[in-house]
Design a protein around this ligand. Structure first.
Ligand code: ADP
Ligand code: MG
Length: 238
């Protein structure tokens, strides 16, 4: 059974159809990356899966169960969204522990888990550092640790490496890909950056104006763009 299945999801804002009859499947332990230009509907797709904006029609299934009406905090998701900032007044450990404490994990157990998570994302011993003292890349690692903390059945990343410069972005994308493989994490990520998508993904979905224009492995999409739009978006001239 697929970890996530989005069936014919449509989202409209007024008379604009922003997500247009979209189907997406993510298998257990798979990393699927939606790649598309700004405004193509990527964030709307993630928000629909999370239940932050229920689709106007279509369904979202997690492990086979229809999620309509299930609130976001009961969907078992790990979210790392552009607009989900870290809490600046808490230290690193406080940020990572946030979801654990909310789920009723004891202080002591949370502390052990936080240490393990910070180790995983390459920030061992950073518990007491202030958020303001971290670089952009370090902040994204903390946000990732926070999202992974409750062991979500699906991790959703919105432009996860967007704040970083290009060289760091590619290195981190490969690091994440390795981490997700080791942990067996199931991931749905969205980005406008093709090198990020190709480094992270087992499968890439190219999105255009609210529709999936192509689905394939990074190599398939790269070698055989399915349309002039995909080819142009990947930077081929014709
Ligand atoms: P992407 O993440 O690919 O850049 P979005 O999903 O954020 O795209 O947005 C897709 C389109 O939907 C954009 O044109 C955006 O302006 C529009 N949109 C997104 N959210 C809303 C909203 N709450 N109300 C009206 N329009 C929206
Ligand atoms: Mg977006």
């Amino acid at each position: 059974m697929a970890a996530l299945r989005v069936e014919s999801a449509t989202v409209r804002f007024g008379d604009r159809t922003v997500l247009d009859d979209v189907d997406v499947g993510v298998e257990e332990q798979e990393t699927v990356c939606v790649l598309g230009p700004s405004g193509s509907g990527k964030s709307t797709l993630l928000r629909a899966v999370a239940g932050l904006r229920e689709p106007d029609s279509g369904r979202v299934l997690l492990d086979g169960a229809d999620q309509r009406g299930v609130p976001v905090h009961r969907r078992g998701l790990g979210l790392m969204f552009q607009d989900h900032q870290l809490f600046p007044q808490r230290d690193v450990g406080g940020n990572v522990a946030f979801g654990l404490r909310m789920h009723g994990v004891s202080k002591q157990r949370a502390a052990a888990r936080v240490a393990e998570l910070l180790e995983m994302v390459g920030l061992p011993g950073a518990e007491h550092r202030a958020i303001a003292s971290l670089s952009g890349g370090e902040q994204q690692r903390v946000a990732l640790a926070r999202a992974l903390a409750p062991q979500p059945r699906l991790l959703m990343l919105d432009e996860p490496l967007g704040q970083l410069d290009r060289s760091l972005r590619e290195r981190l994308a490969l690091e994440l890909q390795q981490l997700f493989a080791e942990l067996g994490t199931t991931v749905l990520a969205v980005t406008h950056d093709q090198s990020e998508a190709f480094a992270l993904a087992d499968r890439v979905l190219v999105m255009r104006e609210g529709r999936i224009a192509q689905s394939g492995t990074p190599l398939e999409v790269w070698q055989r763009p399915a349309s002039a739009f995909v080819a142009r978006f990947l930077g081929f001239d014709n």
